[in-house]
Design a protein around this ligand. Sequence first.
Ligand SMILES: *[C@@H]1O[C@H](CO)[C@@H](O)[C@H](O)[C@H]1NC(C)=O
Ligand SMILES: *[C@@H]1O[C@H](CO)[C@@H](O)[C@H](O)[C@H]1NC(C)=O
Ligand SMILES: *[C@@H]1O[C@H](CO)[C@@H](O)[C@H](O)[C@H]1NC(C)=O
Length: 455
Amino acid sequence: MDRPWASSIKCIFLLLKQKLLKELGNRWLPYLTPKDADFHQLWQENYSKLILREASRIPELLHKEVQQAFLTLRKHDCLFQDLVRIKGKNLLTPVSRLLIGNPGYTYKYLNSRLFTVPWPVEGSNIKYTEDEIFAACRAFFKLNDYLHKDTVQALDKLRLIKSEQNEDSTVFGMVPELSKSDLDMGDDMELKKRTTYNLTLLNYMDPQKMSYLKEEPYFGMGKMAVSWHHDENLVERSTVAVYSYSCEGPEVIDDGEQSLEGRNPAVWHVGLKIAWDIETPGLAVPLHQGDCYLMLDDLNATHQHCVLAGLQPRFSSTHRVAEVEFEWLRQFWFHGHRYKKCTDWWHLPMSELEGLWKKMECVTNAVLCEIRKEGWLVEQKNEIITDLLAWLTTRQELRMEWCMRCQSRIAQNLPEDQRPICWPYWEDDDPEMPLPFDLSNIILELQGQLLKAKP
Ligand SMILES: *[C@@H]1O[C@H](CO)[C@@H](O)[C@H](O)[C@H]1NC(C)=O
Ligand SMILES: *[C@@H]1O[C@H](CO)[C@@H](O)[C@H](O)[C@H]1NC(C)=O
Ligand SMILES: *[C@@H]1O[C@H](CO)[C@@H](O)[C@H](O)[C@H]1NC(C)=O
C-alpha cells in the first residue's frame, strides 16, 4: 500500500530523474566496456565491489548440472512472468521467474511475493511432481553452496585490499579517503550472515520472442531485460551472487569488430552505475556462458545495476540472503495454482496459516463486541478504538488493493492455472465468518464513536 509520504518521495525522485534526462538532452553519458583502455582501471577504482568469476574457473560438472537444471525447469513450464505493481500500475515482467530455496521461504520484489520451490536441504522430505524437478532443485542447492564459499573468499580478499589501502594512505600522511563504511566489513558472524544465501531467484528471457524491450536511457547501452534498480528486501550489506547462462545457438564471439564504440548488442551484459552520479562513467561487463558475478557488501546501496539483453535466450540464478517478512495469504493465491506445478509443499503451511488468520478474524470480532458494551471509561475506550481503527483501516486498504489487482484486465487475461485467485474471500451471509469482507461500515461506526466521545 502506498503511504502518502512514500508517494511524495517517489514524486520527487521522478522529477529529479526527469530533470537529469532533460539536462542530458540528446547527449549520452559515457560508459566503458572491455574494448576501452581505461575499463579495468575504472572497474578497480569505482566498481571494486563487483567481482566477475569467469566460467573457466567453475567446475565443469557443476556447469553441466546447473545448465541442465535450467533447461529442465523451462521444459516443465516452471518459470512465470510476474504481474508486479510499479508506480501504481499493473505490469507483466518481460522476464520469467522461479524462486527456489529453503523450505518455507519467500522473497518480495516490486510488491509481489514469490514462494520458494524448496530445495532438498538435509533432513527434509519434499515431494516433487517430477524426479527431474527434484534433480534441478538439488543442482541449485549445490550451486548455492559453491557460491557461498566463493563469496566468503571474495570478501576476505576485499577486506585485505581495503585494509592495505588504508595503511598506505596513513603511511603517506594522507587523510584516509576510505570512509569507515568501507572498512565496516563486520566480524565473522556478520560475514556468515551476509553470505549464507537462503534462496535463489531464477530468471529467464528469450529476447527474440519479446516484441518490445526498453532502451537504456542514460548511456545508450541498448536493450534492457531488467531496468536500472537497487535490490530490495535483502539482509543489509549481504551479497547477491549471479550465475549467468546464455544458451542455444552458437556462442557469440565478442571480437570487438562490430563497432568501435559501445557494448556488443549480441552479448548479454550487466550494467552498473553509481546512483545519482553523472560524472563517473558507467560500466558494461559482458557475460559469457557460465560466467558468475558477485555484488559484494554495500555495492547495492551505492550503485544501481541493470541487465542488458543480448541475442540468445538467457537464464540466470541469483542467490540472495532474504529478509523475513509478512503479508502472505493473498500474495500466495495471487499466483493462482502455479506452485502446484513443482511440489505440494505449500499446501499444508498455507492451510495452517489460513486457520490462524480465521482465528484473528474471530478475535477482532470479540474485541468489537466488547467495545460496544456499556461501562467503559471514555479514555480507555477511545484508546482501544484508536488502535483498532488503525488495524482495521490497514486491513481494509490491503484487502481492497488485492481485490483490484486480482480483477485487473491483465490478471484476468493470464492463462487459467496462473490466474490470480482473490482469497480469502467470502460473502456477507457466510455463517463461518464473524465479520464482513468489506470493513468500511465497521470503520465508519468506530470513527463515529470517536467523534461522539470528543467534548
Ligand atoms: C571514482 O574513483 C576515483 C579514484 O579512486 C575517486 O577519486 C572518485 O571519487 C570515485 N568516484 C566516486 C563517485 O566514488
Ligand atoms: C539496496 O539499496 C537501496 C537503495 O540504497 C536500499 O533502499 C535497499 O534497502 C538496499 N538493499 C539492501 C539489501 O541493502
Ligand atoms: C536468511 O539468512 C539470513 C542469514 O542467516 C537470516 O538473517 C535471515 O533471517 C534468513 N531469511 C529468512 C527468510 O529466514
